[in-house]
Design a protein around this ligand. Structure first.
Ligand code: UGA
Length: 475
């Protein structure tokens, strides 16, 4: 059932229930204060809920409790400090305290790709649910929020049955999140939909109360937040299906970039032209060095692995192709580098020894410090492996990049990175790079050659400033 809210129709079947704690609004906990859990905990406190963020990582909890967000997310620091000061938000490493406090507990721990294959590692989900269930002392709702393989909510229910006192009546639900890094605060406070997978009216009502702040905010702004109430499996699939669709859209346009490269077309104009059709739409149609991050790459792999287990592997075989197209784009940067630097591209890749290359961008996208599966950093490492003297600069991702790729050389700013470079590769579309003055950069480089891995530069300006320019999927 899909319930638009507010609606002229009365809300069907959502009868308000008193939270088990007796508080007027359910008290919320978020287990796992990584990117997802910390953002949710802070934003729900901002919506007026009493919140605890729990983590086993004492260092992370100390930072958050001290008013410091341990990652870069625009707008979040201010909300953290405001809600700590208001006393609505606390952080804890004490599972008993967390279990006792909450009416609705959201599981927000990581579900990374397993080291031994493509499927998701559910060990953090298992540990957090088990620890929580063992410490519950009254009725509560446990809600899966991390991205998980379909069937996980049922498994969480079994864990709860095993570890929680059966007299308490603890229930389970699943509600996916759709946060985009860089826009996460807006995405929590003003989501474009809320999806809940529930098995009982009580769970539905509790989750509704736990999101009422979101609906109320929407009502004051004359907006609607559609609510989709469904079963566990559908709710779990919604999340991975959405990410699979987005990844497919990006790989589709990158496949078109390959065809443009072979035929002399320009993928940026092609994307613009097809994007005017509202059935296609122009978002997520930016050809470039491909998608990365902690979500899309691992999610499409875990989705294939799960479908395979379910005997539906064939249905998702195309996602393998989506992955391959995506990874091929990284190689394209090496090809362009070889072409511009006049080096042969052999079966083992190009020999770039003796060249100096500036890589601008280390994060998987701008306005983030996240370097997980970042195409930019992967390409920087490949360029270095091909023998180039690589200098990397990123406005926010330096610390994480250094940790992930300690062998690369990092420059303190953009000018230092490009100084004496024979080639500049722009691989993350930070505004600092998009708006960089090609005349000024031309004065410090050794050779005016640029690969625009995100098609984010004004090629006319760069060419006018004497640069040899190569974009992705462009003549
Ligand atoms: C993605 C989804 O967009 C969110 O809806 C989802 O909640 C999240 O994963 C998650 O599963 O938690 P995010 O990883 O923050 O969010 O990043 P996106 O904005 O989706 O970008 C992913 C990658 O695709 C980036 O590397 C970006 O540069 C690339 N991209 C995006 C393109 O190459 N072309 C485009 O047109 C758009």
């Amino acid at each position: 059932m899909t319930i638009p809210y507010p609606s002229s129709q009365p809300m069907p079947a959502i009868t308000p229930v008193v939270p088990p704690s007796g508080a007027s609004r359910p008290r919320l906990t978020f287990l796992g204060t990584g990117y997802l859990g910390a953002t949710y905990a802070i934003c729900f406190a901002e919506l007026g809920y009493e919140v605890i963020g729990f983590d086993v990582d004492a260092e992370k909890i100390a930072k958050l409790a001290g008013g410091e967000v341990p990652f870069h997310e625009p707008g979040l620091d201010e909300l953290l400090r405001r809600n700590l000061a208001a006393g609505r938000l606390r952080f804890s490493t004490d599972i008993a305290e967390t279990a006792h406090f909450g009416d609705v507990h959201f599981i927000c721990v990581g579900t990374p790709q397993r080291a031994d294959g493509m499927s998701a590692d559910l060990s953090y989900v298992e540990a957090s649910v088990t620890g929580l269930a063992q410490n519950l002392d009254r009725r509560a709702l446990i809600v899966g929020k991390s991205t998980v393989p379909v069937g996980t909510a049922e498994w969480i229910e079994q864990l709860v049955d095993k570890h929680a006192d059966s007299q308490l009546g603890v229930e389970v639900a699943y509600s996916p999140e759709f946060l985009q890094e860089g826009f996460a605060v807006e995405d929590v406070l003003r989501p474009n939909r809320i999806v809940v997978g529930v098995k009982s009216e009580w769970a539905n009502s509790m989750l509704y109360s736990a999101h009422k702040g979101v609906f109320d905010l929407a009502a004051t702004e004359d907006r609607e937040v559609p609510l989709v109430v469904t079963d566990f499996a559908t709710a779990e699939l919604v999340k991975v299906a959405a990410n699979a669709f987005l990844a497919t859209k990006i790989s589709f346009i990158n496949a078109m970039a390959e065809v443009c490269e072979a035929s002399g077309g320009d993928v940026t104009q092609l994307a613009r032209a097809i994007g005017y059709d509202p059935r296609i739409g122009n978002r997520f149609l930016q050809a470039g060095v491909g998608f990365g991050g902690g979500c899309l790459p691992k999610d499409i792999r875990a989705f294939q692995a799960r479908a395979q287990e379910l005997g539906a592997g064939e249905a998702l075989r195309f996602l393998h192709e989506v992955d391959l197209i995506n990874l091929r784009r990284r190689n394209r940067v090496l090809q362009l580098a070889a072409e511009l630097l006049d080096r042969r591209y052999g079966p083992a890749g190009p020999d770039l020894s003796g060249t100096r290359i500036a890589v601008l961008g280390a994060t998987f996208k701008p306005n983030s410090d996240d370097v997980r599966d970042a195409p930019s950093l992967a390409v920087a490492a490949q360029l270095a492996k091909a023998g180039a003297d690589v200098r990397v600069y990123d406005p926010q991702g330096m610390e994480n990049a250094r940790r992930a790729q300690p062998d690369l050389t990092y420059s303190p700013d953009m000018i230092e990175a490009v100084r004496d470079a024979d080639l500049v590769c722009v691989l993350t579309e930070w505004s600092d790079f998009r708006n960089a003055d090609p005349e000024a950069l031309a004065r410090v480089v050794a050779g005016r050659r640029v690969v625009d891995g995100r098609n984010c530069l004004d090629s006319t300006l760069w060419v006018q400033a004497g640069w040899e320019y190569r974009g992705m999927g462009r003549p």
